[in-house]
Design a protein around this ligand. Structure first.
Ligand code: SF4
Length: 203
């Protein structure tokens, strides 16, 4: 979405990168590749972070039990019905940023043309969906980026060849095929996930 907005010279004041701290290295490299391109065009690059470190929220912070019986440590793995990293932390940080610049902000959001289940909510919040306007599916977007020379390289592998979606490396939305690929092809990330499982079970 960003590449095509720039190519079409659509109005663009700022690009927000929300850093969970749990992105694949490939994502940080792409961020660093995009920054000079934005600077050259006078587009501000804004990096936002969660209010507390991701791992602290996941494993350590004191959280009240739903049944009122006491507390436990950490929200646990993020993803599925418990997407605290997105629903709470990311949206909170973006809302805070937007109110700091004035709420009359036009948001471009990269929802693809083949994600109709996401249209209604985004539109009801006044967001613009350029990919939908262009009729670009997720596969079209990937092909577009690759045609411009972008790749998500990690240990000689393009992440989009082994994952359906490149989200946080510890995201528990990953399906069994993606997890299998991580186990075989990205063992360092896999081992880190195993380490967190042990820590989250520790008394
Ligand atoms: S990508 Fe997954 S782990 Fe990361 S914030 Fe979103 S739901 Fe949570």
């Amino acid at each position: 979405m960003l590449l095509r907005l720039l190519e079409e010279r659509r109005p663009l004041d700022a690009v927000i990168f929300y850093d969970t701290g749990m992105e694949f290295s490939a994502i940080y490299r792409l961020r660093d590749a995009v920054k000079p391109m934005l600077a050259e065009r006078g587009v501000e690059f804004v990096e936002l972070y969660p209010s507390e470190p991701f791992l602290y929220s996941m494993l350590e912070r004191e959280v009240k039990n739903r049944d009122g019986s006491g507390t436990h440590n950490g929200y646990g793995w993020c993803g599925g019905p418990c997407r605290w990293g997105t629903e709470q932390k990311k949206l909170q940080a973006i809302r805070r940023y937007k109110s700091s610049v004035g709420d009359a902000v036009v948001d471009y959001v990269g929802i693809a043309a083949d994600e109709p289940q996401r249209f209604e909510k985004a539109r009801s919040e006044g967001k613009r969906l350029p990919l939908v306007e262009w009729g670009m599916t997720e596969a079209d977007c990937l092909a577009f980026c690759r045609s411009r020379g972008y790749a998500w390289q990690e240990d000689g592998i393009d992440l989009y060849d082994i994952l359906d979606r490149v989200s946080c490396w510890c995201c528990c939305n990953k399906n069994i095929g993606e997890l299998r690929n991580m186990y075989h092809l990205l063992p360092a990330y896999w081992e880190n996930c195993g380490r967190f499982s042990i820590e989250s079970r520790a008394p």
